[in-house]
Design a protein around this ligand. Structure first.
Ligand code: SF4
Length: 372
């Protein structure tokens, strides 16, 4: 029997589904967190929250959501904003592609849907940055359409409920879990049902040490009944992290510093940055030569030997980055390479979207003197 056939055998009966919906919804009525995006049915606000919540914790999203909605309260306001402005309000949330796609999708809604958020799953799915999960979440939560959802919390919860021992990230695993997510939808109130699934996954059926003793659907959980709740879902081994050294060089000309807009395909595309590159030399003349050469290669400019400012540590995906930061004066020779460049007064840096480390460095230089 193939895995797929075996998985299909796990699809639930009608009485199981009824009990699940009844117990889950009763629990959700009493335990749902009061989150800002749950106080509205505005599909625009729900869409913004769903995009922000991708790969980001609820607690982190709350203040960003409030600021973003205050600055861009409607889809028209977002569509007519400059990308720089949108990225500035996204700054620090990471995964900036989400913000650029949100901005592009707002323009599509205004141009092709007259500013009305589309209700049909197919139309929502074609918006930039909206995948199957996000489309299902928006249509079910905003319009109460009977559409399934599957994200990290529900993958875990559904795998455990069905005692699905396969790999949930495999093609067959995803297919089974999507089928299950669809099969368990009640005939009505999918708005609350889908949110309740995510809430239970987030608060009770947690990745480690699920709180089975207080779980409202323990009676429907095949993993708990079989004593396998700690083994399911099967996890893939984590990719080990990798240590990387990088340099950021603040190039000064008189009392201004040089910024470069990062290009599509680069990390943090659309954000502004100082010169930044990987570093191999560790010290001495080899290090100075590498800094001079890489600044010239990136910007086209010749600079004086850079002075160290500080060292910052941060992580990007699986990379643990040690960022050595320097300042240097331009020698006034050379012509800027192709791309978007600006010489900026450090006090104006607050107007530009920067990465987290770019912002730390920017605030440091705004509070200090240029190199002699
Ligand atoms: S009983 Fe435990 S494993 Fe099963 S759904 Fe509830 S919390 Fe998750």
């Amino acid at each position: 029997m193939t895995r797929n056939r075996a998985s299909l055998a796990l699809l639930p009966t009608l009485s199981w589904k009824r009990s699940l919906a009844k117990d889950l919804l009763a629990w959700y009525r009493r335990h749902a967190r009061d989150l800002p995006w749950r106080r509205t049915r505005d599909p625009y606000a729900i869409w913004v929250s769903e995009i922000m919540l991708q790969q980001t914790q609820v607690a982190t999203v709350i203040p960003y959501f409030a600021r973003f909605m205050a600055r861009f309260p409607t889809v028209e306001a977002l569509a007519s904003a400059a990308e720089n402005d949108v990225l500035r309000y996204w700054e620090g949330l990471g995964y900036y592609r989400r913000a650029r796609q949100l901005h592009r999708a707002a323009a599509v809604i205004v141009d092709e849907h007259g500013g009305q958020f589309p209700r049909e799953l197919t139309a929502v799915s074609t918006l930039p940055g909206v995948g199957r999960y996000t489309a299902g979440a928006i249509t079910s939560i905003a319009f109460d359409v009977r559409t399934p959802i599957l994200e990290a919390n529900t993958v875990r919860l559904l795998s455990r409920l069905a005692a699905f021992a396969g790999d949930p990230a495999s093609g067959a695993g995803r297919q089974f879990l999507w089928q299950l997510a669809e099969a368990i939808l009640p005939p009505k109130n999918c708005r609350s049902f889908n949110q309740a699934l995510m809430e239970l996954g987030s608060l009770v059926c947690t990745p480690r040490n699920p709180k089975c003793e207080t779980c409202p659907v323990a009676g429907q959980c095949a993993s708990l009944i079989g004593g396998r709740q700690h083994e399911i879902p099967r996890l893939r081994p984590k990719t080990p992290s990798e240590a990387v050294r990088e340099a950021a060089v603040v190039v000064w000309r008189k009392d201004r510093v040089l910024l470069r807009r990062r290009t599509p395909g680069e990390r943090w595309a659309g954000l502004w940055d100082f010169m930044r590159f990987e570093l191999s030399a560790r010290r001495g003349t080899a290090l100075v030569d590498e800094l001079l050469e890489k600044v010239r290669a990136q910007s086209g400019l010749a600079i004086e030997p850079p002075e160290p400012i500080t060292t910052l540590k941060h992580g990007v995906t699986r990379f643990r980055i040690t960022l050595q930061c320097y300042a240097a004066r331009s020698l006034g020779r050379g012509k800027l390479s192709a791309g978007e460049w600006k010489w900026v007064d450090p006090a104006e840096l607050e107007d530009f979207p920067l990465s987290v480390t770019g912002r730390k460095l920017g605030r440091l230089i705004a509070a200090s003197e240029p190199p002699a």
